[in-house]
Design a binder for this molecule. Structure first.
Ligand SMILES: N[C@@H](CCC(=O)N[C@@H](CS)C(=O)NCC(=O)O)C(=O)O
Length: 251
């Protein structure tokens, strides 16, 4: 439920728009998978928020004042500043209890957390699979397929699906999703990374159901946008943060 400011990324030397009293703000980058985790929760809970997109190559000074590590997402609510996607999402789930996402049972919460906290390897392989295959090294691909196998088994063990949260989506679903949305870019380069009803049936059904969620529909980009952004980020080393925005709509 974004209530605007400007979608164009603000960079070094550009002022931070003044904060409106009582308005929750998200500092984001349109193609950032971590910020998408938080955007998914904001949408799912229908929390009004204004978004300020940041140029992460030429970071504005004020980003470091809010988050010393200089990464997004960052939430700002008056003088409260919260960063790290998992922390932002736990905060939102507590402060806005509607459509609760974290399980109340501590063991279940811990198990869910394990699912996304160990995602680092999958995220790493995401960018390594293509070059790996070109160099005849399947290590990253195998790592990725092992991660898919793990998520497939987890969905099977949870039984009543289609989500990691069962019939209803939970925090783990949103924490994992952004990398699966971007998978289609890799599928086009390395077909073995494609999740289908025959190789990973539960994961495949999970993805279909995720795509149907209003929060996913609201926050997602299609393959062409992700592919373009990844190319400008990884190959051109000149990320196109504003890709797809119409210049005339600049406020
Ligand atoms: N652990 C952080 C990771 C956030 C992150 O790496 N965000 C990227 C954008 S996708 C970023 O801000 N990168 C800027 C940088 O690394 O300097 C989280 O979960 O929020």
């Amino acid at each position: 439920m974004s209530s605007g400011i400007t979608e164009f990324a603000l960079g070094k030397g550009q002022a931070c728009p003044p904060l409106k009293p009582g308005v929750l703000r998200l500092y984001s980058m349109r193609f950032c998978p971590y910020a998408q985790r938080t955007r998914l929760v904001l949408e799912h809970k229908q929390i009004p928020v204004e978004t300020v997109n940041v140029n992460l190559k030429k970071k504005p000074e004020w980003l470091f004042e809010m988050n010393p590590t200089g990464v997004v997402p960052v939430l700002q609510w008056g003088d409260h500043v919260i960063y790290e996607s998992a922390t932002c999402n736990d905060y939102l789930d507590e402060v806005y209890p509607q459509n609760k996402l974290n399980p109340t049972d501590p063991y279940q919460r811990a198990r869910d957390r394990q699912l996304w906290e160990s995602m680092g390897k999958l995220i790493g392989s995401f960018y390594d699979v293509g070059p790996g295959i070109r160099n005849n090294d399947r290590t990253a691909l195998n790592r990725m397929l092992r991660a898919f196998t793990r998520y497939e088994k987890e969905l099977v063990s949870r039984g009543d699906g289609p989500f990691f949260g069962g019939k209803k989506v939970c925090m783990a679903d949103f924490m994992l999703w952004p990398w699966f949305e971007r998978l289609s870019v890799l599928n086009a380069l390395v077909p073995e990374t494609t999740i289908t009803d025959s190789n990973f049936p539960h994961l495949s059904s999970w993805m279909r159901h995720m795509y149907e969620l209003p929060a996913v529909k609201k926050t997602m980009f299609d393959r062409e946008h992700h592919a373009h952004f990844m190319k400008t980020l990884k190959i051109d080393k000149n990320p196109d943060y504003d890709y797809g925005l119409v210049k005339a709509s600049r406020l």
